[in-house]
Write a protein that binds this ligand. Structure first.
Ligand code: IPE
Ligand code: IPE
Ligand code: MG
Length: 250
């Protein structure tokens, strides 16, 4: 799709009804490569190009927070060579996108057990986060070594320590208190969650935060995903009625 026709359909978006936070499970890189009889890493490389395109689209459209599921706690069980390739790609992405993030006022943050990442990746991440710290145009939040269950376990432990020390009463444990002990404490829950490649599952992503998110699953493999399809999903999101457990009239 050329940029002209893309901008025509984008103009149909209702700017007052955009999701503030979009979360994406970027799945299907391996299948994309397999279809081409290529190594899985080729799929991850092409997937990174799509990350660039979707980050730019979100910034231009006016999404406040974009969370990308880039590596799960379970993904540590993949072959060492694939993990190494993913880490190399992540470093390449961070180096090549820094300028773009600065020019477009994008702040980088991460969620997950980032202490498990290789030292050089951690260093580059913290440098990039420090350099983009002041940017307030959009938050790009990378879920790296992220698992929803691990996040909940961490939250329970932290609260248990406070209860044991007598700092809080068990009755004081509330929805808000739980939220404040998650990696996502500073960001609103996703309004929209997209998964590419057709799997009908959450795969340990944002278990608490997705409680009332609108879900969209597309069969498109992540390396084939595009700004045009993203915009179509945003439009479909705008046609949905979010009820949050209430009745329509409310
Ligand atoms: C998503 O693509 C990328 C990561 C999980 C890191 P996959 O690598 O899971 O691709 P498929 O699911 O095997 O096609
Ligand atoms: C989910 O994809 C994790 C990421 C996209 C980073 P997976 O490919 O790991 O999930 P499963 O194995 O299909 O559930
Ligand atoms: Mg997968």
């Amino acid at each position: 799709m050329n940029s002209n026709s893309a901008s025509v359909t984008e103009s149909e978006l209702d700017k007052t009804k955009l999701p503030a936070h979009v979360a994406i499970i970027m799945d299907g890189n391996g299948r994309w490569a397999k279809k081409r009889l290529a190594n899985r890493v080729k799929g991850h490389e092409q997937g990174m190009e799509v990350v660039r395109e979707i980050v730019r689209a979100c910034r231009e459209i006016g999404i406040s927070v974009l969370t990308l599921y880039a590596f799960s706690t379970e993904n540590w069980q993949r072959p060492k060579m694939e993990i190494a390739a993913l880490m190399t790609l992540l470093k390449r992405f961070l180096r090549s996108e820094l300028l773009e993030m600065q020019e477009n006022n994008i702040r980088l943050s991460t969620i997950g057990q980032t202490e498990r990442l290789p030292e050089d990746v951690r260093k580059l991440l913290s440098e990039t986060m420090a350099l983009t710290h002041q940017n307030d145009g959009m938050l790009l939040n990378l879920a790296l070594s992220y698992g929803g269950r691990a996040e909940l376990v961490k939250m329970v432990r932290e609260i248990a320590v406070k209860v044991k020390a007598g700092d809080i009463e068990p009755d004081a444990v509330s929805d808000e208190l739980v939220t404040r002990h998650l990696y996502t404490k500073d960001i609103p829950d996703p309004d929209l969650m997209i998964r590419t490649s057709g799997e009908m599952r959450i795969s340990n992503f944002l278990l608490w935060q997705l409680a009332y998110s609108e879900l969209f699953i597309t069969d498109t493999l992540w390396p084939d995903f595009s700004r045009a399809e993203f915009v179509e999903i945003l439009k479909a999101y705008q046609r949905r009625e979010r009820r949050f457990g209430k009745v329509y009239e409310q």
